[in-house]
Design a protein around this ligand. Structure first.
Ligand code: DGL
Length: 277
């Protein structure tokens, strides 16, 4: 017999390829500490950045079924690449539960934050190729000049839990040089892995460049949406934060604990495909 739980206590689902979406989970937990979170990631198919968007879209759809099975009240696509791959489905409200991506809140925040309209976007190859950031930023600010750069090595480092030190700093410098050469005043961390290394990135770009973390902007939208629908969890206790991965849960938890100490309560393996592609 399934146990009845009030809608407010149903969990929020968050989805990413790996450890990146934890930056979004953290932003949500900071803002909404009573919410129960289910973090699900597709480590078996990591990284998403170099994959065709059609493939990422299919993976995401399978995860949406999982979130529905888990009785989630809302899903956050805590992955820019998956948001780019499924943006039409998200905008069309094509799922049985509400789902929102990180790109629109991030683009809106960047458009507002920039004084000069010169905006950089550091992301995955898939996100850059989709053009979703330039297009969405220009919806909010038609005169914006947007320059993009794929930074796959930073995704790999963050997934390993390596987010500081001279080697990472050199890699950040190398990755961001083309963007900085364009004299941007705002930089969108357009991959959810990157806010894990925000300190190093801010140090490299200098205080004159404003960093935009779409995860934080998304958390604000989530709070707003839940409030409007009467779905906010009133507590009193802290929410449960469970993780599921298509890879090795021990390994996931080990890195997660380094990236977000005390952030995840437990991790388990999920098997979502009869044959792992
Ligand atoms: N963290 C994801 C994103 O925001 C995906 C990174 C990857 O798997 O390449 O795009």
């Amino acid at each position: 017999m399934t146990q009845y739980i009030p809608d407010t206590q149903r969990p929020i689902g968050l989805f990413d390829s790996g450890e990146g979406g934890l930056t979004v989970a953290r932003a949500v937990a900071d803002l909404l500490p009573h919410e129960n979170l289910i973090y699900a990631c597709d480590t078996a198919h990591f990284p998403y950045g170099p994959r065709p968007l059609a493939e990422v879209r299919a993976f995401f759809r399978r995860f949406m079924e999982f979130f529905v099975e888990q009785n989630c009240k809302l899903v956050i696509v805590a992955c820019n690449t998956a948001t780019a791959a499924a943006i039409d489905l998200l905008l069309a409200d094509a799922f049985p539960i509400p789902a929102l991506g990180v790109v629109q809140p991030g683009a809106a925040m960047a458009a507002e934050a920039s004084a000069t309209g010169r905006i950089g976007v550091a992301a995955t190859q898939g996100t850059c190729d989709s053009g979703i950031y330039p297009q969405t930023i220009r919806l909010f600010r038609p005169d914006a000049y947007v320059v993009q750069q794929a930074c796959p090595i930073l995704v790999i480092r963050a997934e390993e839990g390596v987010i500081s030190g001279p080697e990472v700093r050199r890699e950040v410098e190398r990755c961001l040089a083309p963007i900085l050469a364009e004299r941007v005043d705002t930089l969108v961390l357009g991959c959810t892995h990157f806010p894990h290394m925000a300190k190093v990135i801010q140090d490299v770009v200098g205080p004159a460049v404003r960093l935009v973390d779409p995860g934080k902007a998304t958390a604000v939208q989530v709070a707003d949406l839940l409030r409007r629908r009467g779905l906010l969890n009133p507590g009193p206790g802290p929410g449960q934060r469970r993780a599921f991965t298509t890879g090795d849960p021990q390994r996931f938890l080990e890195v997660a604990c380094r990236l977000w100490p005390g952030g995840v309560d437990a991790a388990a393996h999920i098997h979502l495909w009869s044959q792992q592609e």
